[in-house]
Design a binder for this molecule. Structure first.
Ligand code: UDX
Length: 263
C-alpha cells in the first residue's frame, strides 16, 4: 500500500515536470543546478564586466597622469597686485622666505598649538590698521581687511598679497557685509578733523551705521568685537606720547557754552 502511494507521487512529479517543459508560458529556462552564483552571473551579463574594467582603466589613468600633468602645466598665474618693481618683488620674496607664517604652518603638527582665528580688520589699509594686520598675520591668524580706501593705501598691505591667510575686500562699512569670523577689529573711519569735515554726514554715517553693521555681524556670528576711538578725544594733547594715565585737554561743554555759563 505504502509502495503504491510513493510510486503514484513520483509519477505526478514527472508529469508536472514534463508539462512545465512543454508549457508555452514558461518565461525563463530553468536554472542549471550547478550554475555560477547569481552575482557573478549578473556581472557577465550585458557586458557589465567590460564597462567596469573600462571605468577602472579611465579612473586610474586620470589619477596616474594628473600629478605629472600639473607639474608640466604653465607656471602659477601671477597675482594682479604683483605687477611690482623688481625691488618690491625681491622684498616680497624675502618676506615669504623669512615670514613666520611660512615657517610655522608646515611644522606645527595638527591638533597642537592655538586654533587659528579668522579676524576682520576694518580700516586695515590705514596706518594703525595695517600694523595691526602685520601683528595678526605674524601671530598665525587669518586676516580679512575691509577698507574703502578713503585714506588707506594698498601699499600698506602689499607684502601680504601672496599670503593665503590674507584677504583684502574693498567695501564701505556703511553697507552690511556677511562673513564667518571669530573676531572683529573695527577701525574704519575718517581719522582726523580734516577728514571728518570733508563730508561730515558721511563721517557720522560711518561712525553710526558702520559700527552698527559690524556689531550686527559680530552678534550674528558670535564674534568678539573691538571698537577703536581716536586720540582726538583728548583734544590738543599737552604731552607726547599720551600715556594711559593722561586725562586729556578737552573742554567738554564748548567755548560758547562756557562763556554763557560765566555770564
Ligand atoms: O568710511 C571709511 C573711512 C575710512 N576707512 C579706512 O579707515 C582707515 C583709517 O586709517 P588712517 O590711516 O586714515 O588713520 P589711522 O590708522 O591713524 O586711524 C586709526 O586710529 C584712529 C582711529 O580713529 C581710526 O578709526 C583708526 O583707523 C583707512 O584705511 C581708511 O581708508 C574706511 O574703510 N571707511
Amino acid at each position: 500500500m505504502k509502495l503504491h502511494k510513493q510510486s503514484s507521487m513520483t509519477q505526478r512529479r514527472d508529469e508536472e515536470t514534463l508539462s512545465g517543459q512543454n508549457s508555452p508560458y514558461l518565461s525563463k529556462t530553468p536554472k542549471h543546478p550547478r550554475s555560477l552564483p547569481r552575482s557573478i552571473n549578473y556581472l557577465f551579463k550585458e557586458q557589465r564586466l567590460l564597462f567596469i574594467l573600462v571605468g577602472i582603466l579611465i579612473g586610474s589613468t586620470f589619477f596616474i597622469l594628473q600629478p605629472i600633468l600639473s607639474r608640466l602645466g604653465p607656471p602659477q598665474e601671477l597675482h594682479p597686485f604683483h605687477a611690482l618693481t623688481a625691488n618690491q618683488q625681491r622684498q616680497s620674496f624675502q618676506f615669504h622666505r623669512t615670514s613666520s607664517f611660512g615657517a610655522k604652518t608646515g611644522r606645527v603638527p595638527v591638533g597642537i598649538g592655538r586654533r587659528r582665528l579668522r579676524i576682520v580688520v576694518t580700516g586695515g589699509a590705514g596706518f594703525v590698521g595695517s600694523h595691526l594686520v602685520d601683528k595678526l598675520i605674524d601671530r598665525g591668524d587669518e586676516v580679512i581687511v575691509i577698507d574703502n580706501f578713503f585714506t588707506g593705501r594698498k601699499d600698506n598691505l602689499v607684502h601680504h598679497f601672496r599670503n593665503p591667510r590674507f584677504e583684502l575686500i574693498r567695501h564701505d562699512v556703511v553697507e552690511p557685509i556677511l562673513l564667518e569670523v571669530d573676531q572683529i577689529y573695527h577701525l574704519a573711519c575718517p581719522a582726523s578733523p580734516v577728514h571728518y569735515k570733508y563730508n561730515p554726514v558721511k563721517t557720522i554715517k560711518t561712525n553710526v551705521m558702520g559700527t552698527l553693521n559690524m556689531l550686527g555681524l559680530a552678534k550674528r556670528v558670535g564674534a568678539k568685537f573691538l571698537l577703536t576711538s581716536t586720540s582726538e578725544v583728548y583734544g590738543d594733547p599737552l604731552e607726547h606720547p599720551q600715556k594711559e594715565t593722561y586725562w586729556g585737554n578737552v573742554n567738554p561743554i564748548g567755548e560758547l557754552l562756557a562763556a554763557t555759563a560765566v555770564v
